[in-house]
Design a protein around this ligand. Structure first.
Ligand code: Z5A
Length: 211
């Protein structure tokens, strides 16, 4: 019987360097001859990418928080059933740029929505599926925002204030505490040091999962 693939997610606040470090992780997996699929949330299927566009687009109409939360989970249901689960079932590893920890951090922490409601939607959409590993890239909010500056037009989330991003970061860090699936990487260091830490995490996971 094919062994189920492993599900790795990468998380962090604005400007932590997810894009840069996801590239490093993809190269590492390729080098180690591990078959994987790289995807992202919100998004990952044509329909879910349309929902991403709707979520990120700045608009004059205020966006109701519950509507935002349901769009996030609608995109996730589609992505999970069309892309993530079929890959995992074929033994393919899935590397996902953000997943439900981002919902706890942005909608729960940032928007201060009830985490109990998020947990109920998580169970509805995912059943008991959770990431096998969450790599949390962590930098002080001011450092991340300074790095992200100059990327052009800001999306709807990037227009939030510092207090919002402080709550997002605080929620991520709280979730990481005492959770063995979480691997917190100090992404405030220079890139070679960040990637040396990532390397240690990946070697440890490989040793555990592919002995
Ligand atoms: N969202 C949500 O609300 N609820 C959910 O459930 C989910 C998502 C799943 C889209 O996310 C938005 O969706 C997100 C939350 C919401 N909004 N925000 N904010 P996204 O992941 O697509 O967008 P993003 O957070 O803006 O990430 P990004 O565009 O991928 O950028 P990044 O990962 O933060 O950073 P980067 O582009 O790799 O790096 C930024 C710059 O820093 C760049 O110039 C790098 O060269 C530089 N960099 C990177 N690392 C270093 C180091 N170590 N030193 C110095 N400079 C560095």
């Amino acid at each position: 019987m094919t062994q189920r693939g492993k599900f790795i997610t990468v998380e962090g606040t604005e400007g932590v360097g997810k894009t840069t470090n996801l590239e490093y992780i993809r190269n590492w997996l390729q080098h180690n001859k591990i078959e994987f699929l790289s995807t992202r949330e919100p998004g990952g299927t044509p329909l879910a990418e349309q929902l991403r566009g709707l979520l990120l687009q700045p608009r004059d109409e205020p966006v109701d928080q519950t509507a935002e939360l349901l769009m996030v989970f609608a995109a996730r249901a589609q992505h999970l059933n069309q892309v993530i689960l079929p890959a995992l079932e074929q033994g393919i590893w899935v590397l996902c740029d953000r997943f439900t920890d981002a919902t706890y951090a942005y909608q729960g922490g940032g928007r201060q929505m009830d985490s109990g409601i998020i947990a109920r939607l998580e169970t509805l959409v995912q059943g008991d599926l959770r990431p096998d590993a969450v790599i949390l890239l962590d930098v002080p909010v001011a450092v991340g925002l300074a790095r992200a500056k100059g990327r052009g037009v800001l999306d709807r989330f990037e227009q939030e204030d510092i207090a919002f991003f402080e709550r997002v970061r605080g929620t991520y860090r709280e979730r990481a505490q005492g959770n063995p699936a979480y691997h917190l990487v100090d992404a405030g260091q220079a890139l070679p040091q960040v990637q040396a830490e990532l390397d240690k995490v990946l070697v440890q996971l490989k040793g555990r999962w592919l002995p």
